[in-house]
Design a binder for this molecule. Sequence first.
Ligand SMILES: Cc1ncc(COP(=O)(O)O)c(C=O)c1O
Length: 416
Amino acid sequence: MSSGPFDFSPLFPGGLPAPAIKWTGSPKYNFTGGNNDPEQVPVEGLMAAADAVLRREGRTLASYGLASGPQGYRPLREFLAAKLKRDAGISCTFDDILIVSGSLQALDLVNGALLARGDTVIIERDTYQGALTRLDRLGVNVVGIPLDDAGMRTDVLASALADLKRREIRPKYIYTIPTVQNPTATILSEARRVELLKLAEDYGVPIFEDDCYADLTWDGRRPLALYAMSRSGGEIHIGSFSKSIAPALRVGFIVAPWDMLSRMLALKIDAGSGALEQMVLAEYCAAYFTEHVPQLRRGLRVKLETLMDALDEHFGTAAEFDDPRGGIFLWVKLPESVDVLKLYQSALAAGVAINPGPEWSTDKAHGINRIRLCFASPSKEDIRQGVATLADVCRQQFGVPTRAANIDYVAKAQGS
Ligand SMILES: Cc1ncc(COP(=O)(O)O)c(C=O)c1O
């Protein structure tokens, strides 16, 4: 035997994803990921909740699933059932809810229960990268439907469904982020919700509704969830505490009819999601959720305005975006001469991390001059400096923006 390090590589089965890259720390200006505002994590409240719930029920940690069974901590499911009724119009009981380890696990469970290689699903053209990478890994065909400012274009969806039917393909689901979409931050209008449900019903296709940003509309109002409006019962609804409280807690949930939920529960073979997080959330949220979220929203709005001002100042008309209806992301269109995959590399070298559009779109050519910027986690000062640095990098590499902050860079280069 050689005395060198053990070589695992001949043992890896085919089809494994490429190895992960080692984390070397966060970039100075980090506009990536779905991170939250550190200043808005309700640390004191979570500490008090942890203390209270552990004193009262800490000994239930001795059993897998606490004293609540495999679907998750019952008081958390009770909190969710009441909240979903109040905010989203969903009528369900704690028994219709499965607590999962972040809504990413919900994506895995829904996919695990419904998808096989070669299947087809319908999704929004610009969408969550975590959904896209999963579908790609599963070898599933993806049909992307464009969005406008009222969300998914249901006229295009109607044609896509008719076309698939002609080819005798029944899509396994229509995945949508209807309320504060990621990355476009649009909200599917009520009329479109009705159309989407009708189309799904007519073609016998389930709707997979990912609602993790729905608490974060600026005015606190949201349309009814698709799950609440459905007459067919062919909906799966998922949500998360990542965006309203904190993503590192890794607590999400699924609401679905029992014949779907029972399949997903059978696939969830991790003996339950982290119990302490569920207990602390239930304790905290029952008392403070409705007070915490409006405060969080106000703070996020201020950061968004800082970002939009900084883009106006440093990119001028070269950065196009709509004022989002809520959430934590701005979806920005840059001039067509900009290749954001190249910009991403040089920005990172200058300490600015951005999400390049092609990773968030089924249509890579559509995404190639778009970037997604998360404004929730960087400080206001870092937002300003990060955008100024990004504009400098972009100008050096692509010659745009040509005019920003009252400086005409073309004229300057010509010495006028
Ligand atoms: C649309 C969407 N779904 C799901 C997730 C996963 O969230 P988590 O696993 O933290 O609940 C995210 C995270 O950014 C998201 O944007």
